[in-house]
Design a protein around this ligand. Sequence first.
Ligand code: UD1
Ligand code: CA
Length: 446
Amino acid sequence: MLAVAVLAAGKGTRMKSDLPKVLQPLAGATLVERVLGSCRALDPQRQILIVGHQAERVEQSLSQHGGLEFVLQQPQNGTGHAVQQLLAPLADFEGELLVLNGDVPLLREETITALLERHRTSQAAVTLLTARLDDPTGYGRVFADASGHVSAIVEHRDCSEEQRANNLTNAGIYCFNWSKLAAVLPQLSTDNDQGELYLTDTVAMLSPAMHVEVADADEINGINDRYQLAQCEAVIQQRLRRHWMAEGVTFVDPESCTLSDGTRFGRDVVVEPQCHFRGNTNVGRGCRIGPGSFLENASVGEEVEVLYSVVRDAVVADGCTIGPYAQLRPGTELARDCRIGNFVEIKKSQIAAGSKVNHLSYIGDAQLGENVNVGAGTITANYDGVNKHRTVIGAGSKTGANSVLVAPITLGANVTVGAGSTLTKDVPAGALALGRAKQLIKENWS
Ligand code: UD1
Ligand code: CA
């Protein structure tokens, strides 16, 4: 049997934030989501989150996450005190307890799996994860012999000068034999610089205690402040870009672009500098994105070009070209081969194949048929101050420059709208609609 406990009760004082530390986001997911994600493959029987500081808010943030038990730690008197809170809920539990600090978000699934396997084969009382860090400042130091047996962990602030020179660092990830840990947990003392109960002190009380060193020291980065948060973000971003480069995506200037875990690319996509992908964004084969574009929950087909534009919660089919300087807002759906040009904003509108909105337009709450040509500066006046209304434009219609279509309004197929018109009434198919003052000429006026 396996139980997983994530320590997430601390305040995160060094973040200087109103947000509990474990809710800080990294590449679109919170620290605690990432930590939980890193042990998903283990399929544990019990998953426990130890909460304390802003407990409700932390619980709330994970309401979509099934099968979690929440255990309250009040007050927060250290990592050992946190795990003591499990004595009651795990009273009848037998097996291994995997303990993860809630602020160590870069662990790979494979690493945790390897830790658990090593723990099981060596039959240790505790097996913990370590790394050799170039700069271990702030971390607990692990004292171990050449065969991997650990004698003690000493916190940075409790170390002597000599002990600090040891760079074998405690990751804050442990696999315990639960009944052995439960037997020593009540013996912890607050005899240390912080006056807290340290989980790390149990290691010297358990035998055998073993460690597993990770090859990639980045994995054990703990986040205590904003600088470490930024460092972890950089590591995640680099992992994501490398993954997609290996899948056949070109990044012209990788470091200038950011991705989310939920971003997916087809082959031969070219990402130009300064592009940002958020949420669940899909970009199909052969697209060219950027420079300077922002896509969030965007679904982009194949061979699409997006230049200096924003696409959010929108669907763009194959062969479209977007921008420069376009904004596709939520609910925009473009069928194949549409052309959305510069300084155009589209919201909650369906635009059928081959239509063009090339210059300086606002199209909102509209439905456009195929091969519509929206003239420069055409605006759908969709809002009467209280309600939003729909505009429908039939296939093959053309609006002249600077037209205003006051919704609700329907233009049939193959309608032509004269430039500068303000239309308030429906127009039947095939008609010419003019809605502007007649031009007046007064000769010899000057
Ligand atoms: C801890 C380890 C240190 C290790 C480092 C790795 C101890 C005593 N020290 O130090 O050896 O190198 O992690 O990152 O364990 N928490 C609670 N309740 C509490 C206190 C903390 O749930 O009362 C949670 C925090 O929310 C956090 C985690 O435990 O997620 C670690 O606490 P933190 O104070 O950051 O420990 P470190 O000083 O980093
Ligand atoms: Ca920490």
